[in-house]
Design a protein around this ligand. Structure first.
Ligand SMILES: [Ca+2]
Length: 345
């Protein structure tokens, strides 16, 4: 999610101010899909998104990727097994937030709250509220639960939470390049992970926002919040929710000039992002790249379901639209054997 600040920092502001050789994928029994490596043009042409330019050539090795974002039921199994406590469930350390009054340092997370009106779309803190007790177990705060949403993506996941989950599974977060390559699903130069038409055959194929953001959500796609992870069609690689539903963490640090640096090298292979983070609009807040957009993205605001677009999130920040999926290097081959004839070259 693009809160633009750490989770309590956000609250503080709130209170005091906010062509390659495509090969067929192999689907493993364990929800993993083998993404055959290759070369692609990375970036978002015609998106008017400055940090997603210039287009540049990237070579990627083959890798495994979760077919879906991690669900509530899967995250629940992880927590039961490990007793892991997510960032939003922890008591914030006053030493990390010296300028925030202690009475505001409570466990919680950011929840989208529909405003009656907005003066502009420049201040997301008008519709994001820091809610005490909001967490993956209580997506809208205490009193809410994930009952009935077992197969929805887990939300309120900060970067360390996502990394911890993937690590215990013997996996890792995808790099930004891996996410985009996988999201393109074997298509080259398309606007979306499914092609160039937002609504092919008049149907919504991703969970995004319809209506006048942020006041009116007509939910023409059937969902005003998160949706089950396999309810919309998969892309060409058999991956679900590579656009819309929830933002998904990648392992790359965010910088607005990453693509400029990569393009200057001519072609990059298996990029892992810059060594450090920098967001000129939020100086001093370390951020990682997020991809995919969410159920809150519309053509009026965000538009980050565009397959080449980028997002970012403070590492200690999450919200009711922040989730993740895991990836795995090919060397760490999971249980499924890949037929020789379909091995990537
Ligand atoms: Ca929707």
């Amino acid at each position: 999610m693009n809160l633009g600040a750490g989770r309590v920092m956000s609250f503080h502001r709130l209170m005091f101010s906010a062509c390659l050789l495509y090969a067929a994928p192999v689907i493993a029994a364990s929800n993993l899909v083998l993404i055959p490596g290759g070369r692609f043009e990375m970036g978002c042409k015609g998106c008017n998104i400055e940090d997603a330019l210039p287009l540049h050539q990237v070579d990627l090795s083959s890798f495994w990727m979760d077919a879906t974002p991690v669900t509530n039921v899967a995250f629940d199994r992880f927590v039961r097994r490990t007793n892991y406590v997510t960032v939003s469930e922890r008591q914030p350390d006053p030493r990390d937030y010296p300028s925030v009054p202690r009475e505001y340092l409570v466990p919680g997370s950011a929840v989208f709250k529909r405003p009656e009106s907005v003066a502009s779309l420049r201040d997301p803190l008008v519709w994001w509220k820091y809610v005490e007790g909001a967490s993956w177990r209580h997506p809208e705060g205490l009193g809410s639960s994930i009952t009935g949403r077992e197969n929805h993506p887990v939300v309120h996941i900060a970067y360390p939470d996502a990394r911890a989950y993937c690590k215990q599974a013997g996996m890792r977060l995808p790099t930004e390049a891996e996410f985009e390559f996988a999201a393109r699903g074997g298509l080259a130069g398309k606007k979306y992970s499914w092609g160039d038409t937002l609504r092919p055959n008049g149907k919504w194929v991703a969970n995004i926002w319809q209506g006048h953001f942020p006041m009116k959500n007509s939910a023409q796609d059937g969902y005003s919040g998160t949706s089950p992870v396999t309810v919309f069609p998969p892309n060409g690689y058999g991956l679900y929710d590579m656009a819309g539903n929830v933002w998904q963490w990648t392992s790359d640090w965010y910088r607005p000039d990453t693509y400029q640096s990569d393009a200057a090298m001519g072609r990059v292979r298996d990029p892992v992002g810059p060594a450090t983070s920098q967001d000129p609009g939020d100086v001093g807040v370390p951020k990682r790249v997020q991809r995919g957009g969410s159920f809150l993205c519309s053509d009026r605001y965000c538009s980050r379901y565009l397959v080449g677009s980028r997002g970012k999130g403070a590492v200690d920040s999450a919200g009711s639209n922040t989730g993740f999926r895991c990836a795995r290097s090919l060397r760490a081959n999971p249980t499924t054997k890949v037929p020789n004839s379909r091995r990537p070259t």
